[in-house]
Design a binder for this molecule. Structure first.
Ligand code: 13P
Length: 226
């Protein structure tokens, strides 16, 4: 059986100083015995320090970025490209609804970002909020198997009102049917109280957690309860 996948999306939160207190918020050694795949997606500025801390403490945690340049290295002021991300991380969140909404990311832009992730061997966690977006993805990922999809319904993100596990599972099944059996995560108001209802569903392989992952004790509880 595959390990349950728990990804934390810290969004635009946390400084290097705050990371130290986050890690001090629980016994990191506790994580060593947990048989789940944990991925933390912090802001870019925290990737180097977290990468060193994880290596130093031999923690079974993977890192991901929350974004990637749609273009390769070169004269693109302000962008962070796949080659640079790959120095510190193995995953990348692509197409999050907050980027589509606040930064006007089009399907074309999402497409370019997915291509860059593949080019540099980063595993994309592609966020979708409806089946239209899944169908658009179909062409883009044809013949590719190394990616995950996170189903994140808009109403559930940051609202405190999660989707029902049954509906999330139905969507996960449809996504697998369309895209070919890839792992599907659920995201949107996941907490330690509701996580197990999602992870025990047959077609849900894990979760993408936002706000609740910022509290170290709550995050540890999420991992334990998953
Ligand atoms: P919340 O867990 O804060 O609802 O955020 C979900 C999300 O957007 C994860 O990518």
């Amino acid at each position: 059986m595959k390990k349950t996948f728990i990804a934390a999306n810290w969004k635009s939160n946390m400084t290097n100083l705050e990371v130290k207190s986050w890690l001090g918020g629980f016994n990191v050694q506790d994580l060593k015995f947990i048989d789940k795949k944990i991925v933390i997606c912090p802001p870019f500025t925290l990737l180097p320090a977290l990468n060193s801390l994880i290596a130093k403490n031999k923690l079974p945690i993977y890192l991901g970025s929350q974004n990637i340049s749609p273009l390769d290295e070169g004269a693109y002021t302000g962008e962070i490209n796949g080659k640079q991300i790959k120095e510190f991380a193995e995953f990348v969140i692509v197409g999050h609804s907050e980027r589509r909404k606040n930064f006007f990311e089009s399907e074309e832009m999402v497409n370019l970002k997915i291509s860059q992730a593949f080019k540099y061997g980063l595993m994309p966690i592609i966020c979708v909020s409806d089946l239209e977006q899944v169908k658009t993805l179909q062409e883009r990922v044809r013949g590719k198997f190394q990616f995950n999809v996170a189903y994140e319904p808009l109403f559930a993100i940051g609202s405190g009102i999660a989707d029902t596990p049954e509906n999330a599972n139905r969507m996960a099944k449809k996504i697998k049917d369309i895209l070919g059996g890839i792992p599907v995560l659920y995201g949107g108001s996941v907490t330690s109280n509701n996580i197990n209802a999602f992870t025990k569903m047959s077609d849900i392989n894990g979760v993408l957690v936002g706000k609740a992952s910022l509290d170290p004790l709550e995050f540890l509880q999420i991992i334990k309860n998953a």
